[in-house]
Design a protein around this ligand. Sequence first.
Ligand SMILES: *[C@@H]1O[C@H](CO)[C@@H](O)[C@H](O)[C@H]1NC(C)=O
Ligand SMILES: *[C@@H]1O[C@H](CO)[C@@H](O)[C@H](O)[C@H]1NC(C)=O
Ligand SMILES: *[C@@H]1O[C@H](CO)[C@@H](O)[C@H](O)[C@H]1NC(C)=O
Ligand SMILES: *[C@@H]1O[C@H](CO)[C@@H](O)[C@H](O)[C@H]1NC(C)=O
Ligand SMILES: *[C@@H]1O[C@H](CO)[C@@H](O)[C@H](O)[C@H]1NC(C)=O
Length: 452
Amino acid sequence: MMKIRLLLLPLLPCLLFIGPLRASCPIYLTISLSGKALHDSCLEVNWGPDCAGPPEWIGIYGQDPTISNFQPDLRINGITNRTGKLSTPIKLGKLLFPGGWNRQDSNELPATRYPRGKCLPHYVASYNGTELLTVECLKIQPNWMAQIKDGDQMPLKSLFLPGSHASGAFIASYSKTKSLLVKDYLVAQHFDVWSQLVFGIRYLDFSVGYKYMDSDNDADNFWIANENMFIIPLAGVLRDVRHFVERSGELVILDFSSFPIGFYKHPEIYSSLFHLLRQELGEVAYQRNMTLDQHCANRNFRQLLSLGIHVVLLFPTQELPYPENESGLLCSPWQRFSTSYMNISQTLDYMRLLFSKKPDGPVQDDGWIFTAVKSMEQTLNTHKLQTAKERAAVINPKVNQWLKGPWGMNANVVAMDYFSNTNIVDLAIEVNAHKAFLLATKNKFINLEILR
Ligand SMILES: *[C@@H]1O[C@H](CO)[C@@H](O)[C@H](O)[C@H]1NC(C)=O
Ligand SMILES: *[C@@H]1O[C@H](CO)[C@@H](O)[C@H](O)[C@H]1NC(C)=O
Ligand SMILES: *[C@@H]1O[C@H](CO)[C@@H](O)[C@H](O)[C@H]1NC(C)=O
Ligand SMILES: *[C@@H]1O[C@H](CO)[C@@H](O)[C@H](O)[C@H]1NC(C)=O
Ligand SMILES: *[C@@H]1O[C@H](CO)[C@@H](O)[C@H](O)[C@H]1NC(C)=O
């Protein structure tokens, strides 16, 4: 006796759309963390997880290999492992975005909408002989949220939101920065916040410090900080977020997660930061209805977008001197879970605990953030102080791989340092599309029992 579950035929295209998730050997490109400056960084080829029928060869191209018979810039033979990553000598080069998506591009013309992403000129294709098996590219995803068509009932807590940790810990000029401490240990991202958002990141984590700059504008006193050092001014970062959501129409979660310098016992400084947030983002930020006890993570993301809301601010409101009249624009922080002090096997166990989402598990039915990072201290045990890139090079691909299984369906926010060596954005988009599809078809399944 056999039980077969049948789907209605019209749903087939949606199934095919999630097909690539289960391709026999998915192959994709990422940006390695081995280079110093971003343009020096090399492309990596990734395959798996569980590459069942490996291709004979893989080609890397500077143009779309499906439109003509280009010779590959690099040919890789003999992939045998089921899951792997290989660094290539091909450099990323200067990062230029198409369609009006560079930060400095004029706002006069609307940017081209790319709801399904847009390839940068870096492609990877796999073959058996001359038979093309797969094609992928390194791409930007400035409008991916628009693509989740059936996600009408999805609250923020049900979305898989790809995020960055220490999002503002970035330096524009690697060569001009003298301090090795800053370059190797405190910078946590390859890309500035603008580019992170263009690549599809939708959760930003900010650690803020206060330094009195003796300027007329109080906004100048607030800085992105990391491990007790000031990195870049906060106001410019907030402006980038504002410009991005205006250009893209997307929704971004801003999490003010720590205040390492200058805030302790100074509620008036928290208050002044709140004023800066209200000034820069007030018009596009979610405003809670204070008479209802609303959990921001329960808000339906489509509704928020249709109300012109493009930013959700997470902030420790209890630190403000007058939380009652100030906190409508601020949401209470979501639950946070971090792997900072764990080794890889502990990280795996921890993910099993969190992502299985058992009713009695630590993850409540609310917004939650999984921060997949290794702290500097954790690597002290290994006798060598690893740089931030070296740490991310170890943990990111593992977490990325583990999220490709069933755990990805239970993810909410996943935040990393140097996320560019993963395809976390593509993964999140696939999971969200799949969830939206399941939601839309929940009542449309028919069960047939076939006896034989
Ligand atoms: C490609 O060829 C290899 C070896 O000939 C085979 O194992 C594999 O299944 C083929 N892959 C596809 C997708 O046809
Ligand atoms: C394949 O796996 C083996 C053993 O895990 C490893 O030594 C080898 O470097 C891997 N090859 C590639 C191309 O990743
Ligand atoms: C807040 O919710 C209450 C109760 O539903 C409603 O009467 C009120 O109009 C709402 N206020 C705003 C500003 O939406
Ligand atoms: C909140 O209320 C206090 C005391 O009533 C007042 O001093 C303060 O300016 C108010 N803040 C805002 C943002 O309205
Ligand atoms: C990770 O840490 C645990 C607890 O300290 C230890 O038992 C385990 O051997 C460590 N695993 C690795 C791979 O280092």
